[in-house]
Design a protein around this ligand. Sequence first.
Ligand code: DOR
Ligand code: ZN
Length: 403
Amino acid sequence: MINIKQAKTIDGKVMDLAVHSEQEMTIDATGLMLFPGLIDPHVHFRVPGLEHKEDWCTGARAAIAGGYTTVFDMPNTIPPAVTAERLYQKKQRIDAELKSAGIPLRYELYFGTDHRHFSEIHQVKNDVIGIKIFMGESTGNLVLDDEGMHAAFAIAATQNLLVAVHAEDATRIAERALQYKASTNYCDHSNIRDPEAAALAVQKAIALARWYGVRLYILHVSTSNELALIKEAKEEGLPVYAETTPHHLFLDETVYDVLHGRALVNPPLRGKHHQQALWQAIFDGVIDTIGSDHAPHLPHEKEKPYGGCPCGMPGIETTLPLLLTAAREERLSLEKILYLTYHRPREIFQLPKNDDIVLVDMQTPRTVIGASLKTKCAWSPFEGRVLTGWPKCVVVNGQYVSC
Ligand code: DOR
Ligand code: ZN
C-alpha cells in the first residue's frame, strides 16, 4: 500500500489516501496538489526506427516528469505501424523498454493507414485505440487520398473504430508549396500550410464521419476556421471531438524569429487571433482535449534549412506546467485542466478508471531548460520560460515513480 498524507485536492481540501501497491511506503504530500494520472492522447515515442530521437525509456521518463501515466502513441515510425505483425512487434519492444526503465507506463497505440494494408485493420481492432489518418504529408509517408479516406472510414465503421485525423489538405499544401518554392524562410511554413488547408481537410473528414457514422477525433486543431466547422458538427450531434496542443496555445508565428527551424511543426504555428480562438474554444467546450503532440527531433536536425528540417517539437514535460501557470494567471481553471487532460480523454476513448495519481508542487517556479529535460532530444520550444506547477512524483500502475 502507498499511503499519501496531507495532499491538497483541486477544490482546496486536504486529505490522506491509500493507493493499492505491492510497495509499502508513506508519502508526505504536504503542500502538494493531488491529480489523477493524466492522459496524453498524442505522442510520438519513435519506436521502431527513430530511436535516436526518443525511445520508451526516455519517453516514459518524460511522460512521468510531465504528470502523465497514460499515453497514446502514433504509427508514423520506420517502418510504420500499418500491419498486425508490426503492431505486435512494436508492443513487445515497448513492453521490454518500459520494463528496463522500471516504469509501468500505460499506453495505447494508434494503427496507421496506407493503401496497401487496409485488410490488416480488422485483425488489430481490439488492440488499438483507433486508426490514424494523415490527410496531408508530415513525418512518415502515410497520406491517404480521397479514395483511401473512403475506404478507411468504411472499415472504421464496420469495425467500430475511432478515426483520428491529421487534417491538412494535401492538394492545397502542394499548390501553395509551388507558390512559395523560392522561399527559404521557415516562417513561410505557416503560409504554405495555411488555415484554409486545415479547414478543407476538417470539412472533408466531418463529411465522411457523417456519411459513414464514424467517431472522429480531430488532432491538433490550430485555427478558428476548423473550430467553426467543429462547433457546427457538434451542434448537429455528430460524434466529433477536437484536440489542441500546448504549442498552438502558447506559441504563435512570431516565434520563428527566435526559434527558426525549431518552430516548424505540422500543422504550423498560427497568428494570434487563431490562438485566441483556441482559448475561447476551450472555454466554450468546443475543444475536448489537449494532446502534447510530443514529436521530438534532435537539435542538429532542427538546424537544417527549410525543406530538410523535420517538423515537430517535444512537449510532454511542459504541457502541465504551462497549463498550471496559465491557471495561476486565471486564464483557465484547474477543473478545466482536468477535463482536458483526464476526464474528457477518458470519456472519448472509453478508458477504464485506474488508481494512478500525480502530486504536483504548485509553489516553486522553475525555468524550462531543455538540457535538463528527460526527453532524448533535450530541447524545448519553451526554453527560458518560468513556470510554476511541476509534478514531483506519480503512482502509476501501483508503482511510485519520482519525477
Ligand atoms: O510536426 C509534426 N511532427 N506533425 C506531425 O504530424 C508528425 C510529427 C512527427 O512525427 O514528427
Ligand atoms: Zn502528431
